[in-house]
Design a protein around this ligand. Structure first.
Ligand SMILES: *[C@@H]1O[C@H](CO)[C@@H](O)[C@H](O)[C@H]1NC(C)=O
Ligand SMILES: *[C@@H]1O[C@H](CO)[C@@H](O)[C@H](O)[C@H]1NC(C)=O
Ligand SMILES: [Ca+2]
Length: 224
């Protein structure tokens, strides 16, 4: 059993499709080689919502979600800027900065980010609280072949990782929709109630591949 677990931890897995409800990805060690790739056949998004929950005690910059296309390395990125204490969504390489968030270490945070190409508005929801709506970029959609990475930040399409931007901690409930969720739908996600799973990335039917030291295990919740 221990030997098997070790194999799971150390080897890159083959791509699989799994219901990960109640599970999480654990990134237990700072590396520039541990990550999870999420697969989708979608190649064009004129609107998007990305939700995830994460847990870390990092005091430095780190990436929570990194989607690149060949033409936009930061096609959709959620990045914590430690120096400025800002959560920074990037859309097609344009950035919005959200400050004043209570991004405490050692607890789960639920984050949803929406964008639509018609208005170019980006909004982040943090533990149930919406931010001010900010302009990033409008017009064209996010398009090309998507590479979605959790645990590292892409500086190249599918690579260019920086150990100092890696995630050490846990990630769960990653969903991506091809439309902007309503405030009510987002609140349901934040409150762990029933919500419609992502139709681009679906945690209940997740196609993914792990690389290096990533453990898939039961999500730890506090006893309620
Ligand atoms: C990462 O950060 C550490 C501490 O600040 C620094 O010594 C190291 O050179 C950095 N490594 C890279 C690859 O940037
Ligand atoms: C998400 O995956 C589950 C399990 O495979 C499936 O029942 C559900 O229809 C999927 N939802 C969407 C929106 O793709
Ligand atoms: Ca980088």
């Amino acid at each position: 059993m221990e030997f098997l677990l070790l194999l799971v931890m150390l080897a890159s897995s083959a791509a699989i499709r799994q219901d990960l409800t109640g599970q999480m990805f654990t990134f237990p060690k700072q590396t520039k080689s541990s990550y999870v790739k999420l697969m989708t056949s979608v190649r064009d998004l004129s609107a998007i919502t990305v939700c995830h929950r994460s847990f870390t005690d990092l005091k430095r910059d780190h990436s929570l979600f990194s989607l690149s296309t060949p033409s936009n390395i930061n096609a959709f990125l959620i990045f914590w800027d430690s120096a400025n204490k800002e959560m920074e969504p990037h859309v097609r390489d344009a950035k919005a900065e959200f400050s004043g968030l209570d991004y405490k270490p050692n607890m789960w945070h639920s984050i949803c980010t929406t964008w639509d190409s018609a208005t170019g508005l980006t909004q982040l929801w943090f533990d149930g609280v919406p931010t001010s709506r900010k302009f990033t970029i409008s017009g064209s959609s996010i398009s090309g072949s998507f590479i979605i990475v959790i645990g590292q930040e892409q500086d190249d399409h599918g690579g260019g990782f920086d150990i100092n931007q890696s995630l050490v901690g846990m990630v769960s409930d990653v969903h991506v929709w091809d439309y902007t969720l309503s405030p009510c739908q987002i609140q349901k996600y934040m409150d762990y109630l029933n919500y419609t799973p992502g139709n681009v990335i679906n945690w209940s039917g997740l196609e993914y591949q792990t690389f290096d030291k990533v453990v898939v295990e039961k999500q730890q919740m506090t006893c309620q």
